[in-house]
Design a protein around this ligand. Structure first.
Ligand code: NAP
Ligand code: GLV
Length: 309
């Protein structure tokens, strides 16, 4: 019985070490160096090449190496009867909250503009809005979105969220479903996408969505690149409909060198680092799921394949 890591170009040695720190007796193998495919019971995957997973006839669980699972659900060659799990983790939530908070504050306090001024040796004060007047709209209020939302609320922002299913919460108004989407958008001076990528959410950051936002709204996309219609963003920025965008995720990663986002003055780019899984933080839940899978017990953080996340 073994755990297999499928993570092309990833720092797999860190994962092997972190799994062994939890249980030194575990047999951990890194694809493609697998001694006996019939003995692999558990696969840990990120960007697995199509066709790999079906080579292992005795898998009992397939786990994402992150929160998102579209790479697993979109793999038509994956054995569909094997249950899927994903990671839910305090570090992932905290990193994301730091990133989103920083992105919003940099924009509000005009750091981009001050950096431009600094290059020119220019001393000129600019106005910034008070955060108590700023509406933040969170698309997605799941494990990560809830944590981010309450941190922002705690800091003084007017936070609203949007989900698939209705929710009652303290302090924040949660809108749900497509029927309440436009109303939700009206309050989003800052729109933060923290949705999973599903057929329903693909391309959701589009011209129509941008047209419903308050004037000069700012976009932060930390969900997935395919949430965003890229040409619609460029048009909204160039027309002044949106004041700027902070993008961490892209349709093609790494973002190709010729891509217009690189050189756009209103776009800030980070290379999918908003919240990167820390192996040391998640390996306890992974080993627990490995044991549960072997024992036929209910798994932690299961993915609902029909729902798409
Ligand atoms: P989660 O716990 O599954 O939460 C997903 C949220 O999205 C839920 O609130 C869900 O609504 C909502 N949602 C799903 N489909 C929807 C739809 N059609 N309409 C409206 N709302 C919808 O996921 P999570 O752990 O918070 O992670 C969210 C995503 O963040 C991941 O899937 C990944 O894409 C992204 N992420 C990015 C990074 C990065 O570094 N950039 C790092 C980690 C995660 P309900 O509450 O009604 O189910
Ligand atoms: C990162 O993007 C993740 O889904 O964990």
């Amino acid at each position: 019985m073994s755990i297999m890591i499928v993570y092309p170009n990833g720092k797999t040695h860190r994962w092997v070490e972190a799994l062994h720190a939890v249980d030194p007796a575990l047999k951990v193998e890194v694809w493609p160096e697998i001694s006996d495919p019939g003995k692999v019971s558990f696969a840990l995957c990120w960007n697995q090449p199509p066709g790999v997973l079906r080579q292992f006839p005795n898998l009992k669980c397939i786990s994402s190496l992150g929160a998102g699972v579209e790479h697993l659900l979109g793999d038509a060659t994956r054995p569909a009867s094997v249950p899927l799990t994903r990671l839910v983790d305090d570090d992932l939530k905290q990193f994301m909250a730091e990133y989103v908070m920083l992105g919003i504050l940099e924009h509000l306090r005009r750091f981009e503009d001050y950096r431009r001024q600094q290059k020119l040796g220019k001393w000129a004060r600019m106005q910034s809005r008070r955060i108590s007047t700023m509406g933040v709209g969170l698309m997605g209020f799941g494990e990560i979105g809830r944590y981010v939302g309450y941190k922002l609320w705690d800091f003084g922002f007017k936070v609203h969220a949007w989900t698939r299913t209705p929710k009652q919460t303290d302090h924040l108004r949660v809108y749900s479903g497509i029927g309440e989407f436009d109303e939700f958008l009206k309050h989003a001076d800052i729109l933060v996408c923290l949705l999973p990528l599903t057929p329903e959410t693909q391309n959701i950051l589009n011209a129509k969505t941008f047209s419903r936002l308050p004037a000069n709204a700012y976009l932060i996309n930390v969900g997935r690149g395919s949430h965003l219609v890229e040409d619609d963003l460029l048009a909204a920025l160039d027309s002044g409909r949106l004041s700027g965008a902070l993008l961490d995720v892209f349709r093609e990663e790494p973002l190709p060198q010729h891509h217009p986002f690189w050189r756009h003055g209103k776009i800030t780019i980070t290379p999918h680092v908003a919240s990167v899984t820390n192996p040391e933080s998640v390996c306890t839940q992974i080993v627990e799921n490995y044991r549960r899978a072997l024992a036929g017990m209910p798994l932690l953080n299961p993915v609902n394949a029909e729902r798409g996340y």
